[in-house]
Ligand binder design. Structure first.
Ligand code: DAU
Length: 308
């Protein structure tokens, strides 16, 4: 991210993707030719208390973006049946492994695993994936979809497991572990994720899905203990709290298609990635303080009322 704001091609516009008119204006103002669609409500716990905003943003917002791209890129915009688009245009939809639901102790999600979402968040992402697929089949829109496992790294909002635990450690608060803490996630550094998305953008096939993952499975409890150890804090800070409803037990991604087609594998080892991430949070207390003030405080109090 460093230095990007000085690039002549960089423009920042804060726009709600549900706002059809504003999104259309962006396509016209900048003559957009490629979209990498990361915009989403992304936190499972929030989706459990407030599902509606996940549906309007993740499903309807995606449809607004698809429509804007389709009409801006169509060669014959007057012909609603035309499936011909400008050269070089591309819509990458960034999705998640959560659309596949939960795994047992064995196996991996592949691109052909059944879609079986368990939370309102996952259901909203699965719905948007299906819409993207439908725009490819029905209108021939040049789309590609990526499905990634859990990300970590700098600038992650402290509602997610890793930054929340680091923040609580530093603030001397308890670390709330849901249920028995034996749920498994497959962790990938955000830079590896971005590199994989860029490869799909450049070289992926239209209409295809690409799984992205780290082959780096950890139980939540092991991860929390690792953070405590790195920050030299006692394990007595761990507080087991009520489990998340519908909590997926295990995610694990088979990313062999990415390896086979683009020779992609993650560059970061988990050890190096976590060290850099913890170090980043230690060096940016002002970023964390700014981010956890205001609305975050009321979210935290409502979500973790039983945590000391
Ligand atoms: O798998 C990809 C997904 O990873 C993304 O699509 C989502 O946007 C992202 O939020 C993430 O979903 P998870 O639900 O896996 O991430 P989260 O950081 O919320 O939780 C990770 C695990 O840690 C999960 O099993 C729940 C548990 N957890 C989480 C929090 C915030 C706790 O035990 N305590 C907590 O306070």
């Amino acid at each position: 991210m460093d230095g990007i704001t000085e690039d002549a091609l960089y423009h920042f516009e804060k726009v709600d993707i549900r706002d059809r008119e504003a999104v259309r204006r962006l396509f016209e103002t900048y003559d957009v030719t490629e979209v990498v669609h990361f915009a989403a409500e992304s936190h499972v716990d929030r989706s459990i208390t407030e599902p509606e905003v996940f549906l309007t943003t993740n499903v309807l917002g995606t449809q607004v973006l698809l429509d804007a791209a389709m009409w801006h890129w169509k060669l014959d915009a007057k012909n609603k049946h035309s499936r011909h688009y400008r050269e070089g245009v591309c819509f990458v939809h960034v999705s998640t492994d959560e659309v596949y639901g939960s795994l047992g102790a064995e196996g991996f999600f592949t691109e052909t695993s059944p879609i079986a979402p368990n939370s309102p968040y996952a259901a909203s992402k699965a719905s948007s994936d299906l819409l993207v697929r439908a725009y490819y089949e029905t209108y021939g829109l040049p789309v590609k979809t990526t499905r990634c496992s859990n990300n970590y790294g700098p600038y992650q909002f402290p509602e997610k497991l890793i930054p929340l635990m680091i923040h609580n450690c530093l603030a001397g608060k308890s670390l709330p572990v849901y249920g028995d803490g034996q749920q498994i996630r497959d962790w990938l550094h955000v830079n590896d994720h971005c590199e994989a998305i860029d490869l799909v953008r450049q070289r992926g096939r239209f209409g295809d899905v690409y799984n992205i993952g780290g082959h780096n499975e950890k139980t939540n409890l092991a991860l929390v203990k690792l953070i405590l150890q790195k920050l030299d804090r006692p394990e007595t800070l761990i507080q087991f709290v009520q489990d998340r409803p519908g909590h997926d037990r295990r995610y694990a991604i088979d990313a062999s298609k990415m390896a086979r087609e683009f020779d992609w594998t993650p560059r970061y080892s988990f050890e190096k990635g976590m060290e850099e991430t913890i170090d980043w949070y230690l060096r940016h207390p002002e970023w964390v303080e700014r981010i956890v003030s205001g609305a975050y405080q009321s979210y935290y109090e409502a979500m973790y009322s039983s945590v000391e």
